[in-house]
Design a protein around this ligand. Structure first.
Ligand code: GMT
Length: 379
């Protein structure tokens, strides 16, 4: 297969879309492609220099006339330079705003008709697609792309309905690097966190934004904790932290809930956990679900967005209606009390991630999309 020169533009340090874009770039480079990240900074998951990877950082002028620094314009400018100087074959934009729009502009400026593939990650459509100050440009970015992918069928359908794009959208699920996410022996951590050997551990990992409905996690845990000796690990940081601290005190759970902040040792934390909860009101995919499942953790999720495409209800976890606190708690208690059920869910979670969200499979799907686009465009 011909090796490609691929430009990837994404958020380098924000959330799951940046993680997926970076991991994809790393794996494509390992497969011999030349990968060029065009970003505002070094992608945070790119720990060290790696063969076949170049990072092109976008510099933004601070000229006094500007009320707002023109990052998007500078990004388009950099994209056009990289297209020409590195003789890119293809551009891959992750998250429509501003990356799809800037890719289209950068390509026009470069005057080289390389194909653009845009991956929609979720709120770029489900929130920004409804924002009247941006929705027109979201549509423009999607329509200027030669191929659009969505991280779940649910996001694909929502995009069709809302944007009514000119072109077909293809679902390509997210994946994990299974070299990092696998069950590990981290048993010592339980004592380190002051958790009794006999306590069950429920975990929630997120960026602590309102859409994650962490209050539902805490309220469900309050019921769980009355029935099963347990601790709740809250991992991550974000705007809702203070509100959740207050709720935990209000529920009298101060000693039962551990706020761990942002952590680099997620595989260890998942490996000591018995259950993961993601009860969001918007979630195109829920990368954290496959991270937990790859470590053998059964999951409980709300019936929202892509969550039911990831958790197979009754096979490796349970899906309950959004906001059904009693239902979440009842499902959690079933898993925490029944070790046979927990073990069967845990094995199935690992199987499911390997079969459906393995890196080899998904990276090949992106690679095939690239070759297909190049062929279609006569390159
Ligand atoms: O919109 C966000 O929450 C940020 C975005 C991101 O950049 O992490 O998250 C979305 O993309 C992730 C990676 O594809 C998905 O796993 C998340 O489900 C999705 N978030 C939402 O849809 C809320």
């Amino acid at each position: 297969m011909r090796k490609l020169r691929i430009g990837i533009t994404c958020y380098p340090s924000l959330g799951g879309s940046g993680v997926v874009a970076t991991e994809l770039g790393i794996l494509l480079a390992e497969r011999g492609h030349d990968v060029h990240f065009i970003t505002s900074g070094r992608p945070f998951r790119l720990y060290m220099d790696q063969p076949n990877i170049t990072v092109h950082e976008v510099e933004v002028s601070q000229y006094a006339v500007f009320k707002f620094t023109p990052y998007d314009i500078a990004l388009a400018n950099k994209i056009s330079e990289v297209i020409v100087e590195e003789e890119l074959d293809i551009l891959h934009a992750h998250y429509a705003v501003p990356h799809a729009i800037c890719s289209a502009l950068g390509r026009d400026m470069a005057g080289v008709p390389i194909p653009i593939i845009t991956t929609l990650h979720g709120t770029d459509v489900t929130i920004l697609g409804h924002d009247r100050t941006l929705s027109g440009t979201v549509k423009y970015g999607i329509n200027k792309s030669d191929m659009t992918t969505a991280v779940s069928d649910s996001l694909k359908e929502e995009t069709y309905e809302l944007i009514r794009p000119a072109n077909e959208i293809r679902t390509i699920y997210n994946f994990i690097d299974e070299r990092s996410y696998r069950p590990v022996n981290a048993h010592h951590m339980k004592a380190g966190l002051g958790i009794a050997e006999t306590d069950k551990i429920v975990i929630h990992v997120s960026n602590f934004r309102k859409v994650k409905r962490i209050e539902d996690v805490v309220r469900s845990f309050a019921i769980i904790n009355r029935e099963v000796p347990s601790k709740l690990l809250l991992v991550g940081d974000g705007p809702e932290v203070e509100t959740i601290h207050a709720l935990v005190s209000e529920e009298g759970l101060g000693t039962e809930v551990l706020f761990l902040g942002k952590r680099d040792d997620l595989p260890d934390l998942f490996s000591i956990s018995d259950l993961n909860m993601l009860l969001s009101e918007k979630e195109a995919f829920g990368l954290v679900l496959i991270e937990a499942m790859a470590c053998g953790v059964p999951c409980i999720g709300s019936d929202i967005g892509g969550i039911p495409e990831v958790i197979e209800d009754g096979k490796n976890g349970f899906i309950r209606p959004l906001g059904d606190i009693e239902g979440y708690a009842e499902a959690a208690i079933r898993i925490l009390r029944d070790s046979d059920l927990a073990s069967s869910f845990s094995h199935d979670a690992i199987r499911s991630v390997r079969e459906r969200f393995g890196s080899e499979r998904i990276v090949r799907e992106y690679e095939s999309a690239y070759y297909e686009l190049l062929e279609r465009n006569g390159f």
